[in-house]
Design a binder for this molecule. Structure first.
Ligand code: ASP
Length: 388
């Protein structure tokens, strides 16, 4: 056997021995040497030819083009600033513009050709249904261009889940739309905005995100717009889907998806709001022990066109409000029953009322506003709640 080791000396010491250690005759060694050199010549020639044919082509192979991702900035803590790096709580949201957000993460350019625009610069608590309509019009216009491969919306976290669900229902394209924000202002020690923005751009530029509905990229997680809620006032893992869990992770610069929503969205949605400038007024009534009908009466007087009852348990409420709700439903004001419980469906006892399915009251309000663009019929609205 050849001794282990490296270098020509060891190779020459092994010469004349086969692997099993038997000696070879000199004539046979000569013949083997001749054959070996012939073999080496043929292999070298083939390699040279290969280099000539394949080499230049491989060297010139163009790198896959980067996707074109457009960032629409709307404000929030991700664009917020405080005078002090340590100040994570007392800051002003919606201060930095989109150019500053993009400039703060030069690594975006490793994953996409990034462009941006300022849609508004708000604390997201000041978002309105009229703003949602304008935003969706802008998103649809941008996505209709072959120049845009995906969109990232930066947003305040307080209503990020609502804007994401609205866009999930009215975006007419399968191209990725990803919403992100941050829990700490841009000036904070360990601000979470830059990584969230990078993750959002990585996700929006990935084929994994195509046709999955509007997605939320926060804290290294991918969440679906329909089922996600803000569940923490301060923590960086502020978003969760308590019923169904996250859809995937963003690690090492790439998204991995593990599940999708089976509910209709984006290109499969029937809601086309491109011509609308306003939506029907829909109000949410929070249920609690000892409540009366004052709020419901006031909403009806104010001309509400739909009520979402944020009920207790499996859609329950004090008996005292039942006659008022029943009268509203009989008058043609749809009454949708959601629950404060956080997970699960509701099964209202009164067949006049519409179950919110697993939607929170805030999400049910969005779907009811869009449903009212199609119909006021109780059964048709109930079908839409089972579909979206
Ligand atoms: N109030 C802020 C907003 O929603 C909170 C945040 O962005 O985290 O705009």
């Amino acid at each position: 056997m050849c001794p282990h080791g490296s270098g020509t000396r060891i190779v020459s010491r092994c010469r004349g021995r086969q692997q099993d250690g038997t000696m070879l005759s000199m004539a046979r060694m000569h013949r083997l040497d001749q054959k070996k050199w012939q073999g080496i010549r043929i292999i070298t020639l083939a390699l040279l030819l290969g280099c000539l044919l394949v080499g230049p082509a491989a060297a010139e192979q163009p790198a896959a083009p980067l996707p074109n991702i457009h960032i629409i900035a709307t404000g929030g803590t991700i664009a917020g600033t405080a005078p002090d790096k340590e100040d994570l709580l007392r800051y002003e949201p919606g201060i930095l513009g989109v150019a500053a957000l993009i400039a703060s993460v030069p690594e975006l350019g490793h994953y996409a050709n990034v462009t941006g625009e300022q849609f508004c610069n708000l604390n997201s608590d000041d978002m309105t249904p009229a703003q949602w309509l304008n935003l969706s019009r802008r998103v649809n216009l941008l996505l209709s261009s072959p120049e845009v491969d995906g969109i990232v919306v930066t947003h305040g976290t307080d209503t990020l889940d609502e804007t994401a669900y609205f866009l999930n229902l009215v975006t007419l394209s399968k191209k990725p739309v990803v919403v992100t924000g941050s829990m700490r202002p841009a000036t904070a020690i360990s601000a979470d905005g830059p990584l969230n923005l990078l993750n959002a751009v990585q996700l929006a530029g990935s084929t994994e995100a195509e046709g999955k509905g509007v997605l939320i990229a926060m804290n290294g997680e991918i969440l679906g717009a329909r089922d996600t809620e803000k569940t923490s006032t301060r923590r960086t893992d502020a978003f969760a889907s308590p019923d169904f869990g996250r859809m995937g992770y963003l690690d090492d610069g790439k998204p991995t998806m593990y599940r999708v929503s089976t509910r209709a969205h984006t290109a499969d949605s029937i809601f086309n709001v491109s011509e609308l400038t306003e939506l029907s007024r829909v109000d949410i009534v929070t249920v609690y022990p000892g409540m009366d009908t004052v709020a419901i009466d006031a909403y009806i007087r104010a001309g509400t066109q739909g009520l979402v009852i944020d009920a207790l348990g499996n859609g329950e409420y004090p008996e005292v409000i039942h006659p008022v709700l029943q009268a509203a439903a009989l008058k043609g004001i749809p009454v949708v029953i959601a629950s404060q419980a956080g997970t699960g469906i509701t099964t209202p006892k009164d067949p006049l009322f519409i179950p919110a399915d697993t939607l929170s009251a805030r999400k049910a309000r969005i779907l009811l506003m869009l449903a009212l663009t199609q119909t006021q019929n109780r059964d048709r609205i109930a079908t839409l709640f089972r579909t979206y």
